[in-house]
Design a protein around this ligand. Structure first.
Ligand code: MTE
Length: 304
C-alpha cells in the first residue's frame, strides 16, 4: 500500500536525489576506511580533507544522486571496511522471517515479525539527505514508515526516556564480529524517546522503490536525517526502552570522538577533521554542511 501524501516542509525537490550510480562510486572520492581498534581509529582520514577540498572547490548546491552508486559503496562494518565490497558479503545475511525483540520499559515485551510489520503501516517515501561523519553526503529516497507509529503501538512506560536499537550478532557470516575483544559488537545505537517520536525519524524497509538490499541494512533500518549517518542503524533485531542513556557501539568504542546525540553540526569539528563541508559523490565540489543537516526548522526545538 502506498500512501499518497501532501508535501511537507522538509521535503527535498526530486532533483536532489542522489542518482544510484553516483552513490555507488563514493569510493572514488573517499578512501576513508574505518578500523575498529583504537589505533586504527586514530589513523582515520577523509580524502581529501573537507577543508582542503572546500578551498579548491567552493561549495555548491547538492545534486541528484543515482542509485547505482548507493548500492556499491556502503558503511556496514559487520561486513568489513571495504566500502565497494560490502554489497557482496552482505548478501550472506538471511533476512527471511526476520524478527525484532522489543523489551525494556514497555507495557508488554514482544517479538515483532518484520514481514507483517511492513504491512502494518501505510508505506511512505521519504527523500532525505544522509550526512556521514566521514564528511560525505548523499540524497536517498527511502520507503518505510515513521518510527513514531510503531512506538505508539508498543506503549513504552512513562519512565522510558530512551530507545536503544541493536543489530544482529552473527560472527559466522559477519566476520569482523569475531573480534569482540576490541570491538563492542553487536552494533547498537540510541535516541531519546522524543527524538524517536519525531516525525522525521523513519524506519526504512525499502530504497529507490524496492526492498532494502543487504548492504543498506535489510530488512529494516533506522534513518535519522539530522544526525550523522552512524545513528541510522541497519538490520535491527532489538528495540529496548530505557530510562538511562544507553551506551552505543561508537560511544563505547571511542567516547572522545563520538557523542550520543551526534547531531550534524558544521561548527563542531570531529576529533580529527572539520565538519564544515561535505563531499558529494561523483562531484569535485564540496558543499557547506548545514546545522542539523538542513533540518533545523524541524528539529532545533528539541535542543534548547
Ligand atoms: N549500521 C550497522 N549495523 N553497522 C554499520 O556499520 N554504519 C553506519 C550506518 N548504519 C553502520 C550502520 C554509517 S557510519 C553510515 S554513514 C550509514 O549506515 C551508511 O548507510 P548506507 O551504507 O546505507 O549509505
Amino acid at each position: 500500500m502506498t500512501w499518497i501524501k501532501t508535501p511537507k516542509d522538509w521535503e527535498l525537490p526530486n532533483q536532489e536525489i542522489t542518482p544510484e550510480d553516483i552513490y555507488l562510486r563514493r569510493r572514488e572520492f573517499l578512501s576513508t576506511t574505518l578500523k575498529f581498534s583504537a589505533a586504527a581509529l586514530m589513523s582515520m582520514q577523509p580524502f581529501p580533507s573537507p577543508l582542503q577540498a572546500a578551498e579548491i572547490n567552493p561549495p555548491e548546491k547538492v545534486e541528484y544522486t543515482p542509485e547505482s552508486i548507493a548500492s556499491r559503496f556502503n558503511n556496514f562494518y559487520e561486513f568489513g571496511v571495504e566500502k565497494d565490497q560490502l554489497w557482496k558479503s552482505a548478501r550472506k545475511l538471511q533476512t527471511e522471517n526476520w524478527t525484532i525483540e522489543v523489551g525494556g520499559l514497555v507495557k508488554k515485551p514482544k517479538t515483532l515479525e518484520v514481514d507483517s510489520l511492513i504491512h502494518r503501516f501505510p508505506e511512505e517515501e521519504r527523500v532525505y539527505r544522509l550526512r556521514c561523519v566521514e564528511a560525505w553526503s548523499v540524497v536517498i529516497p527511502w520507503l518505510g514508515f515513521p518510527l513514531r507509529l510503531l512506538i505508539d503501538q508498543l506503549e513504552p512506560l512513562p519512565s522510558a526516556r530512551y530507545v536503544k536499537f541493536t543489530t544482529f550478532l552473527l560472527p559466522n557470516i559477519a566476520l569482523p564480529q569475531k573480534n569482540r575483544f576490541w570491538e563492542p559488537w553487536p552494533y547498537t545505537e540510541g535516541l531519546t524517546l522524543e527524538e524517536a517520536r519525531h516525525d522525521l525519524t523513519f524506519m526504512a524497509t525499502g530504497i529507490y522503490g524496492h526492498p532494502l538490499p543487504g548492504q543498506h541494512g535489510a530488512p529494516i533500518r533506522l534513518v535519522v536525517p539530522w544526525k550523522y549517518g552512524f545513528k541510522s542503524i541497519k538490520s535491527i533485531v532489538g528495540i529496548d526502552f530505557t530510562d538511562k542513556m544507553p551506551e552505543t557501539f561508537y560511544t563505547s568504542l571511542s567516547p572522545l570522538e563520538y557523542d550520543f546525540s551526534a547531531n550534524v553540526n558544521p561548527a563542531i569539528p570531529y576529533a580529527r577533521w572539520h565538519q564544515a563541508f561535505e563531499r558529494i559523490p561523483g562531484k569535485e565540489e564540496t558543499e557547506e554542511t548545514l546545522l542539523y543537516n538542513g533540518y533545523a526548522e524541524q528539529v532545533a526545538s528539541m535542543y534548547p
